[in-house]
Design a protein. Structure first.
Length: 474
């Protein structure tokens, strides 16, 4: 198909990055039957030239539609439509997760700075050898255990009690990763347009969960300690907030941690307003100095996971919540998956006792890699700026100008994947930021910064690139 034969108005007038608007235009053309199943689309270069946009914009749009199953690209045969419009079904909120993770097929040769995989399954082997799982024991229990195995729930409860938040096993629900814990909570409180207030910026996966639940997102400003108190107070007064979601320690993406005073103020305000608070402590074990403490509120919910210490593939997380919430959360858990893997839970129960030692090792590892990444960026990209995080695996980098979304597309063509800041913001703010992970091996970090430098040099050479409207690169 020649580009000139495509319908007019392919780039929608809605807000958002240009590649997403182009994808929406192509998606609509297929649904309306203007582009039929089997149609061969123009090459990325030809379509970019015809539309007057960058090739990276077309690359991003085609990639998004391939992830949805609408297009397929075969080397030597081009890109074709593979589904008729009525087969597509209703739109699903776009996930912020990079495409390689959605497809399960990492791009060959690409250094991934978008994620936070801090370990591999080899971290589990010593514990498995010391305390192997007896599958015969599991075979005697045919129940689904939607709340989780009693032994694991008891150990999680004991962990919170040691940290200063008295907890019993019946206040713990085991989930398939922290992401499911967040999704269950957002489904419970965010359905029918319920208002979920979050820090801005915040964890991108939480935004995905809120949108999938049909919730209304309310973005609240942050500073060097995280969520600001005054805007929260004003929001609680004027808005019907159903749930407040925060990360008080090693906030994602900024890496900030709240002071004890700030935590106490936020807990007091929320409790006075009758608004439940979710404290996502997924990264809290990675705080560089000191030990994290749970948010001081009995009415709060705490989310945790072993993924950042041991292995994301373990998929064992949990939430600690008041008993009054447990029956409703358990019903949602049953609808989702009946119960988390018994084998994974048995392994998690064996790993919890050594989580402190693993946290110490991970902090040492991350501190060294943070120092290396900071040195490389200061040397190669001196116009980029950031504040050293209090912990966690991310640098929250501010670009001197322009749009992180467009730069991320270009960086991918240079072999490095990053997360644009706008994807961490409920209102698409922070478009001049990038979230860079520094968990990769030192040699890979060096390669990644070299490629980022090449991409930035190419980006700056585009006429007017520093003055374009956000989301547009021509």
């Amino acid at each position: 198909m020649d580009a000139s034969t495509l319908p007019a108005g392919l780039i929608s007038g809605s807000s958002g990055p240009l590649y997403q608007r182009l994808a929406e235009g192509l998606r609509g053309a297929v649904r309306r039957g203007e582009v039929g199943a089997g149609s061969k689309l123009p090459s990325e270069r030809d379509l970019a030239r015809w539309l007057g946009v960058s090739r990276t914009t077309v690359i991003g749009a085609y990639r998004l539609l391939r992830e949805e199953g609408l297009l397929e690209s075969v080397r030597g045969s081009g890109t074709r439509v593979v589904a008729c419009g009525h087969w597509i079904g209703p739109a699903v909120p776009a996930a912020t997760m990079p495409s390689a993770k959605l497809t399960g097929a990492p791009a060959v040769g690409v250094v991934d700075l978008s994620g936070s995989v801090v370990a591999g399954p080899e971290a589990l082997l010593p514990r498995l050898t010391a305390d192997p799982i007896d599958l015969r024991e599991l075979a005697t229990d045919f129940g689904y255990q939607p709340l989780g195995l009693p032994s694991l729930r008891a150990r999680i409860a004991a962990r919170y009690t040691r940290l200063g938040l008295p907890t019993t096993a019946d206040e713990v629900l085991v989930t398939s990763g922290a992401q499911q814990a967040i999704s269950l909570l957002f489904t419970l409180f965010g359905r029918d347009g319920g208002v979920i207030a979050t820090e801005n910026p915040t964890y991108a996966g939480a935004l995905d969960a809120a949108r999938a639940a049909g919730a209304t997102l309310l973005a609240l400003p942050t500073d060097s300690e995280g969520l600001k108190v005054r805007p929260l107070r004003e929001a609680l007064t004027r808005s019907p907030i159903s749930l407040l979601y925060v990360m008080t320690t090693c906030q994602n993406p900024t890496g900030t941690s709240m002071s004890t005073q700030r935590r106490t103020e936020i807990a007091r305000l929320a409790e006075h307003a009758g608004v439940p608070v979710v404290d996502d402590t997924t990264l809290a074990d990675l705080v560089f100095e000191g030990r994290w403490q749970p948010l001081p509120t009995a009415a709060g919910v705490t989310v945790g996971s072993l993924s950042k210490l041991f292995w994301p593939g373990l998929r064992i997380g949990w939430l600690r919540a008041p008993r009054t919430l447990m029956p409703r959360l358990a019903r949602l858990k049953v609808v989702a998956d009946l119960g988390s893997s018994h084998v994974g839970q048995q392994l998690a129960a064996r790993l919890l006792p050594v989580s402190g030692d693993m946290a110490t090792a991970r902090r040492e590892q991350l501190t060294a890699r943070l120092d290396l990444m900071s040195e490389l960026l200061r040397s190669r990209l001196p116009t980029w700026s950031w504040t050293r995080p209090s912990g966690g695996p991310f640098l929250w980098v501010r670009l001197p100008y322009s749009d992180g979304e467009s730069f991320a597309q270009l960086a991918l063509t240079h072999g490095v994947q990053v997360l644009p800041g706008a994807r961490t913001s409920p209102d698409r703010g922070f478009a001049d930021h990038l979230r860079l992970s520094f968990v990769a091996e030192p040699a890979d970090l060096r390669v990644a910064v070299d490629r980022l430098t090449e991409a930035w040099t190419a980006f700056e050479s585009i006429p007017g690139s520093g003055h374009l409207p956000f989301g547009i690169m021509v």
